[in-house]
Design a protein around this ligand. Structure first.
Ligand code: MOS
Length: 712
C-alpha cells in the first residue's frame, strides 16, 4: 500500500512515479542557472527603493537635490513625479493590494512604505544617493497593537465566507460531557526565502518586458497590464529560476517601480530588494489570536465545535488569514461555528504564506483536539477516527477522497504509537523530558485553468512550453515526467520550458495547485500529440505542435470537497534546566494524490514539516510599539530552523487516487506544514504535562511553565 520515498528505494509499479533528480539541478549547482537579479543587460540602470521611517503620516516634502547631485544618479521617482497607475481593478487573485501601486500619493500607512526610487548607473551609486535623500514627514500616531480582544475586529470573506454557523452552539456546549475552551496565538512569521525579490524592466520594440522572480508570469502580466493600462499581449514576463516563493512572490513594489523607471528613462532598470526591505515590502503571515471551543459526548463524538480567528491587516488592504477554515473540512459537530475576523493596523499588508489559514489554524484546532482527547481519556488518534465525517461538515458535499484514517494507521504503526504511555511527564532521560504527539493535516486540492504547448521536433525530441513556475518545488521535473509518460518516451528526450508568459496563460505556483494545474494541461497536449504521431504523421522541419487548454475540463468538474490529508507525528525532548525543546524525530504520512516524482515530493513534504518545527519553536517577528517596525528585521534576528534544529524527518504517503484528475495529482506544496506545529506542541505537553498555546514554544516560556523543576 505504501510506496517508497527515496531515490534509492523505488517502488514504481502503478501509483507512484519514478524518482528523478531535478532536470535543472546541474545548472543550479554549477551556477549556470541565472536568477533574476544577475541576468546581464546592456545599458542597465539600477533602482534603489527608499522606505518610510514613520509608521503613519504624510510626506510633507522630499529634498531630491542632494541625491540628484550624486555621481551616476539618473532620476528620483516619488509621489509628485512618478507615472500614474490604475489601482481600481480586479486581478487574477482579486482586488490588488495598493501597496504595489507605488508613489501615487503622500500618505504613509506603515513603517517601511515605499516613498521613492533612486535610479543610478550602478547599484552602489543608487544606494549611496538613496541614503542622502531627505524625506520630511508629518507624523501621526500609529496603532500596531494586535490582540484577539480588539473590538474593531470585523468579519472579512476573503477566499471563503467569513462566518459559517450551523446549530445552537450554547445548547450543544451545555449538553456536552466534556468541554475544551482555550485561546491559541501564533506570531507574525516571514517567508524568508533564499532569493530576494528582484526585477528588471525594459521596453523592447513597443513591448514591456520584465525579467523577474515570481510564482506566475501570467499573473504578473495581468497585474502590470491593468496597472499600466497596457494590452496584456504587449507585456512579457519571464521568470526562469526562482529561489523560493512561499506565497510572497507575486506583484510587489519593486516590479512596479522598475517599470515606472524604465518608462521614464527609456532604458532597462533593475530593482533588487535587500533582505531588510523584504521584511516590510513582500508580505508575511499575520499573527493570529484564535479561540477554540469543543464539546463532546462521553464517547468523544463532537457535539459543538467553534473556531474563531482574528488576524491583522494593513489600513490599505484587507488580507484574511483563514485560520478557521480547516475546521470546516476536518470535523463535524451538531453545532459548528467558524469565523475569520480582521483588525486594521498601521502595519504592512500580510499575504499568503505556505498553507495560509491551515498552518496557524491547524495549530489551534489540532491542539484543542489533543486537549479534548486528554480530558475524555481517549487516545488522540482514536478521538479523531471517531470524528471522521462522511461529508463536508459545512458544505455537505462528498469528499473526492479522504484517506486520513489510512494515514493515521500507517503512521501509528511506523512511529510506534502503540507503545506510548498516555500519561504526560513520565519519560525522562537525565535532564530531558520526552514526549510524543500527533495531529491531523489537510489542505485544499484544486486546479486553475492552464494552457500548454507540446511539439514533436524533427530530431525525435519533444519540447513542452508552459508558463509554469518552478519556485524550488521540482515542478519542471515533474512536468517532464508527466510529458514522458504521456508521450511514452524517455524523459531525456523531453525539454520542458517554463517561466515565460509568452507560452500562454497558466496557473500560478500557489495554493498547492501548480503542478496539478500544469500537469493536466501538459498531459492533455502530450497525449494528443502522441495520438497524432501514432497515426504515422511525418514530422516536418517546423515540428508538429499541439496546444491544450484545461479551462473547459476544469469547469466540468463536479463540486466536491477536494483535499489532501495527512497524519503528523513528533517526538520531542525538553531540557528542564534550559527550557530548550528539541525535536528528536518526525514522521508524516500523507494522502495527497498521485506522487509524480518521489524524490522531489519527499523534499516538499519534509520541507513543510521543517517549517512546522520552525513555526513551533523558532519563528517570531516582534514589532516595536515605539517605531511600528520590526526588531531585527534580518535573518540574524528572525530565526528559522537550521540544520541542527532538524533531526530525522521522514515523509511518506499512502495510495490516494484522485479519479477526477487525469494525472491523479492533488498537490503537496503546503500540506507538510499543516498540523506539524500542533504535533510538536502536543508532544511538548506529553513530555512536560504543560500545554503551550502560544507559539513559538520558546525556552523562557517552557522554563516559566515548569515551576516544580529544581533548576527552573
Ligand atoms: Mo502559496 S502561500 O499558495 O505560494
Amino acid at each position: 500500500m505504501t510506496t517508497a520515498t527515496t531515490g534509492t528505494r523505488t517502488t514504481t509499479k502503478g501509483f507512484t512515479g519514478t524518482s528523478h533528480t531535478r532536470v535543472e539541478g546541474r545548472d543550479k549547482v554549477t551556477g549556470a542557472a541565472r536568477y533574476a537579479g544577475e541576468i546581464p543587460f546592456a545599458g542597465l540602470a539600477h533602482g534603489w527603493l527608499v522606505l518610510s521611517t514613520v509608521a503613519r503620516g504624510r510626506i510633507r516634502s522630499i529634498d531630491t537635490a542632494p541625491a540628484l547631485a550624486r555621481p551616476g544618479v539618473l532620476a528620483v521617482l516619488h509621489h509628485q513625479n512618478a507615472p500614474r497607475v490604475e489601482t481600481d481593478y480586479v486581478g487574477m487573485l482579486g482586488v490588488p493590494d495598493p501597496t504595489c501601486a507605488v508613489f501615487q500619493h503622500d500618505r504613509v500607512p506603515h513603517l517601511g512604505w515605499p516613498v521613492a526610487l533612486v535610479v543610478a548607473e550602478t547599484s552602489e551609486q543608487a544606494r549611496e544617493a538613496a541614503e542622502t535623500l531627505v524625506v520630511h514627514y508629518e507624523q501621526e500616531p500609529h496603532d500596531i497593537d494586535f490582540s484577539g480582544a480588539r473590538p474593531d475586529a470585523h468579519p472579512v470573506d476573503g477566499y471563503m465566507p467569513a462566518v459559517v454557523e450551523k446549530g445552537d452552539l450554547d445548547a450543544e456546549l451545555a449538553a456536552s460531557r466534556t468541554v475544551v475552551d482555550e485561546e491559541y496565538t501564533t506570531p507574525e512569521e516571514h517567508h524568508a526565502m533564499m532569493e530576494p525579490h528582484a526585477a528588471t524592466a525594459r521596453w523592447d520594440g513597443g513591448r514591456l518586458e520584465l525579467v523577474d522572480s515570481n510564482q506566475g508570469t501570467t499573473w504578473v502580466v495581468g497585474e502590470l497590464a491593468k496597472m499600466f493600462s497596457l494590452d496584456p499581449a504587449s507585456v512579457r514576463v519571464r521568470s526562469e529560476h526562482v529561489g523560493g516563493g512561499f506565497g510572497s512572490k507575486g506583484v510587489r513594489a519593486h516590479q512596479v517601480a522598475a517599470v515606472m523607471a524604465a518608462t521614464v528613462l527609456q532604458r532597462p532598470v533593475r530593482v533588487v530588494m535587500t533582505r531588510r526591505q523584504m521584511f516590510s515590502l513582500t508580505g508575511y503571515r499575520s499573527p493570529t489570536a484564535q479561540r477554540v471551543r469543543l464539546g463532546a459526548d462521553a464517547d468523544g463524538r463532537l457535539r459543538a465545535l467553534e473556531h474563531r480567528s482574528v488576524n491583522l491587516t494593513s489600513t490599505v488592504h484587507e488580507f484574511v488569514e483563514s485560520a478557521a477554515g480547516p475546521a470546516r473540512v476536518m470535523y463535524d459537530a451538531d453545532a459548528h461555528h467558524t469565523a475569520n475576523r480582521v483588525v486594521r493596523l498601521n502595519v504592512p499588508t500580510p499575504t499568503f504564506m505556505r498553507a495560509p489559514g491551515e498552518a496557524p489554524g491547524s495549530f489551534a484546532l489540532e491542539s484543542a483536539l489533543d486537549e479534548l482527547a486528554e480530558k475524555c481519556g481517549l487516545d488522540p488518534i482514536e478521538l479523531r477516527l471517531r470524528n471522521e465525517p462522511e461529508r463536508g461538515p459545512v458544505s455537505g458535499l462528498p469528499f473526492s477522497g479522504r484517506n486520513l484514517p489510512d494515514c493515521f494507521r500507517e503512521g501509528a504503526r511506523r512511529f510506534g504509537w502503540a507503545d506510548r504511555d498516555p500519561r504526560p511527564g513520565v519519560r525522562r532521560e537525565g535532564r530531558w523530558l520526552l514526549g510524543t504527539g500527533t495531529a491531523a493535516a489537510s489542505f485544499h486540492a484544486g486546479a486553475g485553468p492552464s494552457t500548454a504547448v507540446a511539439t514533436a521536433e524533427p530530431d525525435g525530441t519533444f519540447t513542452v512550453r508552459i508558463a509554469a513556475a518552478d519556485i524550488g518545488t521540482g515542478a519542471r521535473t515533474a512536468l517532464t515526467l508527466i510529458a514522458a509518460d504521456a508521450l511514452e518516451v524517455s524523459p531525456d528526450r523531453i525539454e520542458v520550458r517554463i517561466g515565460d508568459s509568452d507560452f500562454g496563460p497558466a496557473m500560478i505556483a500557489g495554493g498547492s495547485m501548480g503542478t496539478r494545474s500544469w500537469g493536466w494541461a501538459v498531459m492533455t497536449a502530450a497525449t494528443e500529440l502522441r495520438e497524432r504521431l501514432a497515426l504515422g504523421a511525418d514530422v516536418p522541419p517546423e515540428g508538429i505542435t499541439v496546444r491544450s487548454d484545461t479551462t473547459a475540463a476544469l469547469g466540468a468538474l463536479a463540486q466536491k470537497e477536494r483535499h489532501s490529508f495527512g497524519a503528523q507525528f513528533a517526538e520531542v525532548a525538553v531540557d528542564v534546566t534550559t527550557g530548550e525543546v528539541r525535536v528528536r524525530r518526525m514522521l508524516g504520512i500523507f494522502a495527497a494524490g498521485r506522487i509524480v516524482n518521489p524524490l522531489t515530493a519527499r523534499s516538499q513534504l519534509v520541507g513543510g514539516m521543517t517549517w512546522g518545527i520552525s513555526m513551533a519553536l523558532h519563528e517570531e517577528a516582534v514589532r516595536d510599539r515605539a517605531t511600528g517596525g520590526l526588531y531585527g528585521a534580518d535573518l540574524a534576528g528572525y530565526h528559522v530552523a537550521t540544520h541542527a534544529d532538524v533531526p530525522f524527518v521522514e515523509a511518506d504517503w499512502v495510495d490516494d487516487p484522485d479519479p477526477d484528475d487525469p494525472v491523479g495529482i492533488k498537490g503537496i506544496g503546503e500540506i507538510g506544514v499543516v498540523g506539524a506545529a500542533a504535533a510538536i506542541a502536543n508532544a511538548v505537553w506529553h513530555a512536560t504535562g504543560v500545554r503551550h498555546r502560544n507559539l513559538p514554544i520558546r525556552p523562557d516560556r517552557v522554563l516559566q511553565s515548569l515551576p516544580g523543576e529544581p533548576h527552573a
